[in-house]
Design a protein around this ligand. Structure first.
Ligand SMILES: Nc1ncnc2c1ncn2[C@@H]1O[C@H](COP(=O)(O)OP(=O)(O)OP(=O)(O)O)[C@@H](O)[C@H]1O
Ligand SMILES: [Mg+2]
Length: 260
């Protein structure tokens, strides 16, 4: 893979560290003040710079310095956000504070005025993308909740997709992040500093973010990403937000995410 010339000129000979936390096949190079995200040039990667541009002035997101496509890869050069990811050990070990920050993050995203937003991520849009992914065999069934597929669960991605098509909940529309998990949210000085990984962001039901945020809070406090706080109840998130959780929507959007 060759880095496009325009990007090479901007990064010069700066040293970088590599971040492999992502699961989408993207490689991320962390420079002192910049980040170069290299991804397969798919739908998500193609949207990311556009969504981030639209969000400037509406939500704290990195500034885009260059966005190039070459050799089947997308190269997104952006400013580096300061602060810590919400999945940082020092943040997770204080679960009440973490939950407050996550609630603040959800409220910031939800209150973005989506009037005129050209990026849709509602069920018509998402189920159509899910269908293409299922048909092309792109769903990674190794990277899902072990209970989703198999005995007591769905036979395969096709079975899950047809359940999702038949059981669509009513939708309320708001701006959503699309992958509202702890490593995509930064905090500094006790506040939310910014958001990254925005390729799937767009107008959708707010439970799209609530379901993923709840699952990520659970996975990082007492689940597959660490048990820093055994027994912590991730439903505390809904108390911070002052809403009564809609279990059916949480289940629906958590299952939909298994196809992405
Ligand atoms: N602008 C940025 N500022 C600071 N850190 C960043 C920035 N962009 C990416 N990172 C770091 O790189 C990691 C991966 O980036 P990102 O989440 O955009 O990639 P991804 O591969 O799509 O992730 P995933 O597969 O987890 O959704 C982040 O969790 C973060 O640690
Ligand atoms: Mg990420």
């Amino acid at each position: 893979m060759t880095i496009p010339k325009r990007i090479q000129e901007l990064i010069g000979a700066s040293l970088y560290t590599e971040d492999n936390i992502g699961m989408s096949g993207a490689g991320v190079r962390l420079y002192p003040d910049m980040v170069l995200k290299i991804s397969p040039d798919d739908e998500n990667a193609r949207r990311e710079a556009g969504v981030m541009g639209w969000l400037r002035g509406r939500l704290p997101v990195p500034e885009i310095l260059a966005d190039e496509s070459e050799g089947g890869y997308r190269f997104l050069l952006m400013t580096r956000l300061p602060g810590l990811m919400l999945c940082d050990r020092t943040v997770v070990r204080e679960p009440a504070r973490l939950t407050g920050l996550l609630a603040e993050a959800l409220e910031m995203v939800r209150s973005v005025d989506h009037t005129g937003c050209p990026y849709m991520a509602d069920l018509d849009t998402e189920l159509a993308i899910a269908r293409r992914r299922v048909e092309r065999g792109e769903v990674d069934t190794d990277n899902v909740d072990p209970a989703t597929f198999g005995p007591g669960g769905f036979r395969d991605p096709e079975h899950l997709l047809s359940w999702l098509q038949k059981n669509r909940p009513s939708q309320e529309l708001a701006f959503t992040h699309g992958d509202m998990c702890l490593p995509n949210i930064f905090t500094e000085n006790g506040r939310i500093r910014g958001f990254i990984d925005l390729g799937g962001a767009g107008v959708a039901d707010p439970y799209r973010d609530l379901a993923i945020a709840r699952r990520s809070l659970h996975d990082n406090t007492d689940g597959c990403h660490g048990r820093a706080c055994p027994g912590y109840d991730a439903d505390a998130l809904f108390e911070y937000l002052g809403i009564r959780p809609d279990r059916e929507k949480i289940r629906y959007f958590t299952l939909l995410d298994e196809l992405f």
